[in-house]
Design a protein around this ligand. Structure first.
Ligand code: PEP
Ligand code: MN
Length: 337
């Protein structure tokens, strides 16, 4: 249930409404916008008469939220969630770029690529140190050593770090090195991991599951939010369909749908969505046009030697060109990049 307070509701009235909600046994979440205060009440019993709340002083409107996700719902919060990390903000008119290799492979490699990321004006360095590989015989990532060198490369070039956490026991270690946790597609419904990530205060990028509906994806975000971490962004990375000419099918329409249903920022990952470098730039351009708040793109300067996902990595020169094109598209829709 969502309770919208009148614009001129006094502090005493707001407190009184909260007290009533608590007395009725609701768990409450308050969101104060510039003009409006909205109180989300979780735990509404089917027969509860919402007029009991509607008649309280200071209340403008009350309605039931019919979608199963509550805290992730746009009804629950006025305005967009903006995730602030240092001097970077994700979820504003400024589109934030994340780029880097699929996997951290060596100190030399991550420093070379961090330099490209910084030169392009992108703000966040991506790279996996723990890799979710389809085969147990494939390169599994450099582990802590990879985290250390990625942190050092990011610090050297003034970048933030986003890296994947695959298991609960890695949270503490990875938190020491990263600015953003990446929760991978394969773990989107690892509810134990989602809950534990919800107990941290580190921002999270939750990737869409391989065959997850938008509602299932938002329910996974809800796990993190309900456990207390409100810094969640959602990453569209393509879904599995019958199509075989691309690695996955990029669900571009998920971007406006999420913006309609949720206040959380949306990141687009055209690299995993398409799987081939020739398709990455067109889909990146489309993602900006569709309203993505951020893009995550894999780059490599020696893709033929890459230990994972070489075929979808953009060469540095192509990434630099793409960023210039994205700036033009962003401007055309009233955003900056
Ligand atoms: C990745 O970003 O390197 C990755 C493994 O992505 P996904 O979880 O979307 O497959
Ligand atoms: Mn990858």
């Amino acid at each position: 249930m969502v309770v919208i307070l009148k614009n001129n509701a006094s502090e005493t009235q707001i407190e009184d409404v909260k007290k009533h909600l608590e007395d009725y046994g609701f768990q409450i979440h308050e969101s104060r916008g510039e003009v409006k205060t909205i109180i989300g009440a979780i735990g509404v019993k089917p027969g509860f008469d919402i007029r009991k709340i509607k008649i309280l002083d200071g209340v403008s409107d009350v309605y039931r939220v019919t979608v199963p996700f509550k805290m992730a719902s746009r009804n629950f919060k006025e305005g967009n969630t903006v995730i602030k990390i240092g001097n970077i903000e994700i979820g504003t008119d400024e589109i934030v770029l994340m780029a880097g290799p699929c996997a951290v492979e060596s100190e030399d490699q991550i420093f070379r690529l961090a330099k490209v990321v910084a030169e392009s004006g992108s703000k966040i360095l991506r790279g996996g140190a723990f890799k979710p590989r389809s085969s147990p015989y494939s390169f599994q990532g450099m582990g802590e050593e990879g985290l250390k060198i990625m942190r050092a490369a990011a610090d050297e070039y003034g970048l933030l770090v986003v890296t994947e956490v695959m298991q609960i026991h890695q949270i503490e270690l990875i938190e020491k090195y990263t600015d953003i946790f990446q929760l991978g597609a394969r773990n989107m419904q690892n509810f134990g991991l989602l809950k534990e990530i919800g107990n941290t205060s580190t921002p999270v990028m939750l990737k869409r599951g391989l065959a997850a509906t938008i509602e299932e994806w938002l329910m996974s975000a809800e796990y993190i939010l309900a456990n207390g971490n409100s810094e969640v962004m959602l990453c569209e990375r393509g879904i599995r369909t019958f199509e075989t000419y691309t690695r996955n099918t990029f669900d571009l329409s998920a971007i406006p749908v999420i913006h309609e249903k949720s206040h959380l920022p949306v990141v687009a990952d055209p690299s995993h969505a398409t799987g081939y470098r020739t398709h990455v730039a067109p889909m990146a351009r489309a993602a900006v046009a569709a309203g993505a708040d951020s893009l995550m793109i894999e780059i490599h300067d020696k893709p033929e030697e890459a230990m994972s996902d070489g075929p979808q990595a953009l060469l540095p020169k192509d990434y630099l060109t793409l960023v210039q094109e994205l700036k033009v598209i962003a401007k055309a829709i009233g955003r900056n990049l």
